[in-house]
Design a binder for this molecule. Structure first.
Ligand SMILES: [Fe+2]
Length: 465
């Protein structure tokens, strides 16, 4: 063999090796991350009933479980109203809220609102008196002191109203789901508080009372006392999950969502506008087929979104549309098929889900090309599509979902079986920083963080794709 021929063969061999190296690099660069980090392996343990986080506030008939709830559009288009809810255990007492910009002293609060009350029976449980009182005509970006319990034990709190909606108004959301009331839940909430968000977008499954014998509704009470330290000072936007159903025909309980609906006066599908965000809340466990009330509402609501005024379109839903975890696999599929086309057409920025007790973030993908004869039924990268995140990792008693499908599908950018919470920090109309924090790290450590560019204002930017 001539030297020329040998040299040519060596060159051919080198080209083949380089080709495979290049292919490998492309595959590695394109693959998502399945984080090997694992939380500690001990079982999740519910905090005992005498834990300090569940303590009943001292004093006769003292208001407990205090929480703020945003009114929905179109009743409260601009965010100038807030529902205050609380429970009194001994007797009805007063449903009045006094509030003030000027004075933290309940005796000197000059504004007054009258609320209503409700209560319910659930098998062998009777709730306390659940009060709901709406404060109206609030100023934006203003600190208010408020108090309730007049006639018996008065408690007071404060909150700051959200800024007036506008295209470049910065705002920081906490994203929490499936919290429950274990020691891990407490870590999640503490880390969120340390990270300092302005409001929580809560994606469903609150107390997990239904995991207890007879759906022990006292666990609805303990849960609300547990989260009061945050929910009394900033609004949480509620999404209904399957653990809110409390449907138990064997107990004679035939009305779905009975405890949740009495305690959280919020619709199952609705929207709120907060700063520069338009937040759409969907209901995984209410009908969403064609011509249902939710279907009709969402179609009309997406037409009402004004991206010039509120550039960020965020969707909350309990059951995820894109999840590569074996736990609850494809449970959100029928809703995805029904609504994904609209959400992509609307150029939604972010879809936040819970339900699956792990963390996952998708690339920008869509799966809407399929038309039953073209076989194009695989998710593809789509600049218009939202990022999907699953944050059902709040830390509830059912434990972690450590069962990812293998291999990691191409739509999945990052996934990890750990408890934690996420934050979305909107900076202006074009940029927002999304971050996920696992509980095993310090509160401010970012385990998965990406800059998101707005799909309406920067539609051609590739951001995380
Ligand atoms: Fe769930």
């Amino acid at each position: 063999m001539s030297n020329v021929l040998r040299a040519r063969r060596r060159l051919d061999l080198l080209q083949v090796v380089l080709f495979f190296v290049a292919v490998l690099l492309v595959v590695v660069a394109d693959a998502g991350v399945t984080s090997q980090y694992r939380r500690k392996l001990e079982a999740t343990v519910e905090m005992p009933l005498d834990a300090d986080v569940f303590r009943v506030p001292p004093g006769y008939n003292a208001p407990q479980q205090v929480r703020l709830i945003r009114l929905r559009q179109p009743i409260d288009q601009e965010g100038t109203a807030m529902i205050v809810s609380w429970v009194t255990a001994n007797e009805l007492g007063s449903s009045t809220v006094m509030y003030s910009e000027a004075s933290p002293d309940p005796e000197k609060m000059e504004l007054r609102a009258e609320g209503t009350h409700t209560r319910y029976d659930y098998f062998n449980y009777t709730s306390g008196f659940i009060h709901h009182c709406t404060l109206t005509n609030l100023k934006h970006s203003t600190k208010y002191y408020y108090a309730m319990g007049f006639g018996h034990t008065v408690r007071s709190f404060c909150f700051t109203t959200p800024p007036m909606p506008g295209p470049d108004v910065p705002f920081k959301f906490g994203l929490i789901g499936d919290l429950g009331q274990t020691f891990d839940s407490n870590t999640t909430l503490s880390h969120y508080e340390a990270n300092g968000g302005d409001a929580v977008l809560y994606v469903g499954d609150l107390s997990y009372a239904d995991n207890h014998p007879l759906h022990d509704n006292t666990r609805w009470d303990t849960w609300a006392r547990f989260v009061e330290r945050s929910a009394a000072h900033q609004p949480w936007v509620w999404t209904a999950g399957n653990h809110e159903l409390d449907l138990a025909p064997e107990l004679g309980e035939h009305v779905p969502f009975k405890p949740f609906a009495h305690r959280y006066p919020t619709p199952f599908w609705y929207s709120v506008r907060v700063a520069s965000a338009h937040v759409v809340v969907l209901a995984s466990y209410s009908a969403y087929g064609k011509y249902t009330a939710q279907w009709e509402w969402l179609r009309a609501e997406l037409a009402r979104v004004d991206r010039a005024a509120t550039p960020w379109l965020i969707v909350l839903v309990h059951s995820p549309w894109y999840s590569s975890n074996g736990y609850h696999y494809m449970e959100g599929e029928t809703m995805r098929v029904q609504f994904e086309r609209w959400i992509v057409a609307a150029k939604a920025d972010l879809v936040v889900a819970g339900h699956v007790h792990a963390y996952e973030r998708s690339h920008r993908v869509s799966n809407v090309a399929y038309d039953i004869i073209n076989a194009r039924c695989t998710p593809v990268r789509t600049r218009d599509a939202p990022v999907y995140v699953t944050v059902g990792d709040g830390g509830n008693i059912e434990g972690i979902a450590d069962n990812f499908t293998q291999p990691q599908p191409s739509y999945s950018a990052f996934r990890e079986a750990s408890f934690g919470h996420a934050t979305l920090e909107i900076r202006n109309r074009t940029h927002a920083y999304y971050a996920w924090h696992r509980n095993q790290d310090g509160a401010k450590v970012v385990a998965d963080g990406v800059w998101l560019t707005n799909r309406y204002w920067m539609p051609t930017d590739d951001d995380i794709n």
